[in-house]
Design a protein around this ligand. Structure first.
Ligand code: 5GP
Length: 194
């Protein structure tokens, strides 16, 4: 998605060989016009999948997920991050390991919002090692719903998450895929993965 690549080139800050900061339009300040286009692009790519719910994770997945829900005309649920594992009959819960924070957190959603007759599209801001996506996939599994695929705003193609998920036969649509952040320079793959 060219407009997204341009924005990353203009405003993205390479913090290390592994981390890209995009606080000016996605992770802190949000560019609503760009988010709208992102939502429409995901909606277009998954138009034929008869999505009934979008599932994301707080907080940075919420903006692109909401715009996708708006474009597809379906509700958006975001998983909440919870520090400790407190079993509750009313929740679907999964554990997510964060390589950046070096800790595991539980994420959960209420059982009220996704059911076994739903078709779910997962949306998140970044795909790196895939832990957040796997956590969301575990939640979808528990609901009994079908998973249509995963939409990612920025995939870091040099980290293993995308391959691990695609190897399971799951459709991953990334709007932009980064080949490398080495030497402070953002390099993109020319084509996004299908
Ligand atoms: P994963 O679970 O795939 O390793 O990482 C996914 C989550 O980590 C994303 O939802 C995002 O919040 C965060 N993340 C991973 N890599 C980056 C990065 O380079 N920049 C930013 N801003 N967030 C990242």
């Amino acid at each position: 998605m060219q407009i997204l690549k341009d924005k990353i080139r203009q405003e993205g800050k390479v913090l290390s060989d592994n981390v890209l900061k995009v606080d000016s339009f996605l992770n802190h300040q949000i560019d609503p016009t760009l988010m709208k286009e992102i939502g429409e692009e995901f909606a277009e790519r998954f138009r034929n999948s008869t999505i009934t719910k979008i599932l994301s994770i707080e907080s940075s997945g919420i903006a692109p997920a909401t715009m996708t829900g708006l474009a597809l005309g379906v509700p958006v649920i975001f998983a909440r991050k919870r520090k400790s594992l407190t079993l509750s009959d009313d929740l679907y819960t999964a554990s997510v390991y964060s390589y950046t924070k070096k800790e595991s957190n539980d994420i959960s959603i209420s059982k009220d919002f996704i059911h076994d007759d739903d078709t779910v599209l997962i949306i998140d801001d970044f795909l790196a090692n895939g832990q957040a996506a796997f956590g969301l996939m575990k939640i979808v599994e528990q609901t009994g719903a079908s998973l249509a695929g995963i939409g990612i705003v920025i995939e870091k193609g040099f980290q293993p998450g995308g391959k691990l998920i695609r190897d399971r036969g799951i459709r991953v649509e990334s709007l932009t895929t980064i080949r490398s952040l080495q030497n402070g320079i953002v390099e993109f793959f020319e084509e996004v993965h299908a």
